[in-house]
Ligand binder design. Sequence first.
Ligand code: HEM
Length: 274
Amino acid sequence: MSAKLPPHLTTKMNGPPKFEVGLKPIAIENWLFPDDQNHWLEGKGKLLSLKTDDVYASLGDTEEIQAELAQLVCAAANQEITNGEPLLIGASRLVSDDLIIMDKRDGVWTLVAATLCAPTFFNAQYAIGKSLSLLHDPIPSGDFDLSGRIARVFDNFAPDMVLERFNWTVQWCDERYTPNGAKLREAAQNAQLNEAPNMLYERVERQTIRKLPKTGAVVFTIRIRLSKLSDLLQNKDEYIAFENAWKNAPQNVREYKKWATLERHVTHLLEIMR
Ligand code: HEM
């Protein structure tokens, strides 16, 4: 099971990335803990306090769902929420994960509330109120009906079950709060080759979903792990898996992830670490 593997080995060992559902059940006790990224809690807390409107959004009628989710998070964290802010924000302070609530509105799974402090190139104000298919619109998955499949998972899965999936990309620098990927790509394009060992990071997303038994809403969690690529590549297995995944990723995946902007630095790093 993935929880036993070091975080950076959980994704690429299965080969190059592809667009797939890829959800696997995990033990309910491992939903949010152990929280291997809890060093992010301080930075995340600052964002929640100082940039609240950038990192939190909610439709008007989500108090009951927020309360149900907060109860589960507090139980998992063995902590309480004592201040008077929205419960989703309070719950979000207890875990490194971003917390996203999907609810079925007019028959459509819709993002009704979220904290997004470590978003992989989108933000809470963009996402609020969007359906699963609008959120996944930018993904060139062809005939594969990704959003339809996710909706069927949401419809049918039982409370007390937690599903987990991973995805990963490479990014320039170790920022977690990245609502906009263009700035990072521009920095990479202006950088010298010898900056590659210090500036290239692997960004892994660990995502989970869980259904809330009372309200029937679905909680989607996202935890970001950033690892310096040059550190990872010192491990021979990691080097082989990464090189294979990077070089053999399908063209539509490479384009979607905009890897061309990092190509010369990644190629350089692979060469000097071979
Ligand atoms: C658990 C069910 C879900 C599955 C299987 C899934 C699948 C995917 C896949 C395959 C991608 C392309 C990158 C990757 O490989 O991850 C993606 C991207 C994305 N997903 Fe999901 N997703 C799920 C749930 C959600 C939910 C609930 C949200 C709500 C925020 C969401 C928001 C996004 C966004 C914003 C992107 C990036 C789109 C872009 O590039 O602009 N996903 N998802």
